[in-house]
Design a protein around this ligand. Sequence first.
Ligand code: 5GP
Ligand code: MG
Length: 178
Amino acid sequence: MIKLYDKHFKPLIPASQIAEAVDGVARRLNEDYGTSQQPPVFVGVLNGAFMFLSDLVKRLDFVCEVTFVKVSSYDGMASTDTVSTVMGVGCPIEGRDMVVVEDIVDTGASIEHLVVELRKSNPRSIRICTLFFKPQAYRKSIPIDYAAMEIGNEFVVGYGMDYNQLGRNLRDIHVVCG
Ligand code: 5GP
Ligand code: MG
């Protein structure tokens, strides 16, 4: 059990199980993008997706670009509806195949905001890849193409994900327990 500020967190998913889930999603991406004419662009959503993205791209056996965006919507342990782009992709994406890499798709507000923004620059395609998908919380209609794992509505930290900026360096996923 670990304590971050006022909250306690207990282990939920060990690093070995995360690695298996990342392997699975990388295998699907290798099948789908292995024969692409032009290298796809992987867009990591900062800060939470940094660890997932770095483990994921090491398992890809095709040439790709890697870049980052930053959006903000979460406040403490609650998702808010006001999403803003804090940092854009910073590279030309017209005509490119994009894969947006998220840590968690929860209500879907962040990913919908991002996809709407990215579409304005006319990419060829946009697909979503996320470490976690919370199907019970999802309120949008954009398809979540690659979800490494599904979880319920619990609040988790570790493997890139934080509680008020703490906990990102934990190797295992932890869940809040009071
Ligand atoms: P959404 O906009 O889909 O409601 O929320 C998306 C973002 O909120 C995720 O990218 C993630 O950064 C954050 N988020 C959602 N659920 C959790 C959670 O259980 N733990 C943490 N640490 N962040 C979360
Ligand atoms: Mg995120």
